[in-house]
Write a protein of this length. Structure first.
Length: 218
């Protein structure tokens, strides 16, 4: 149902007609949102919900500002590949985290996307080595790339991504000093997240051939 002055936009599934339970329906809704996030390259968070009504019931909105799109053309299908669905799910989670200040989770989830088909440290590093250089060659005017390279210093970008990004946010051992209260660290991770976001999109496009056109039908 569309957003109005009184209600937020909402997605509804007929459990009886589709012969599914609540968790299966919620999974379908999450898959739908992940496809939308991929196409729009923005965040989309599934809020609270319930079941039991015989007809769809609009969800009362919180007192927030909003705009309404009168025409929203959308014709997409949920990918058939389990790997592709998981990649889009991780991408949505990363975009949600990036948008809402949980940048450590954004960095980690972008990295996990690459790991779907690059298992282990060396395989992932090899992918980042080849694809960062390719991204750099096609993004010569991208300030995020320049800022990221400044962070890397003399360390190779593919090694920096693994050691200073992935390990830093996933662990808290003696080699992982990431402090989410440190303003310098927050800026560092946001800079890394913007580049890893580009790399994650590159991976999904290349590995799964998923279009980002809202009305592609695929």
């Amino acid at each position: 149902m569309p957003k109005t002055k009184e209600h937020v936009q909402s997605v509804h599934i007929d459990l009886a007609a589709n012969r599914v339970d609540e968790r299966t329906a919620m999974t379908v809704i999450n898959r739908f949102l992940s496809v939308m996030v991929w196409c729009d390259d923005n965040f989309a968070i599934a809020g609270f919900g319930w079941s039991g009504n015989p007809v769809p019931v609009p969800v009362t909105k919180r007192d927030l500002a909003f705009t309404t799109a009168h025409h929203y053309i959308f014709d997409r299908k949920i990918p058939g590949s389990e790997e592709a669905r998981r990649a889009l799910a991780l991408f949505r989670e990363a975009r949600n985290a990036q948008q809402n200040g949980f940048v450590s989770y954004a960095v980690l989830n972008y990295y996990k996307i690459i790991e779907i088909r690059n298992h282990g440290k060396e395989a992932a590093r090899k992918w980042f080595l080849a694809n960062f250089e390719a991204l750099r060659a096609t993004s010569t005017k991208n300030d995020d790339i320049s800022r990221f390279l400044a962070l890397c210093g003399s360390e190779p970008p593919h090694k920096y991504i693994h050691d200073s990004c992935r390990i830093a946010v996933a662990h808290a051992g003696k080699h992982s000093k990431s402090d989410p209260d440190d303003a310098h660290e927050i800026v560092r991770l946001h800079t890394a997240a913007r580049v890893m976001h580009l790399l994650a999109r590159r991976f999904i496009e290349a590995e799964f051939a998923i279009s980002d056109v809202m009305y592609s039908g695929g």
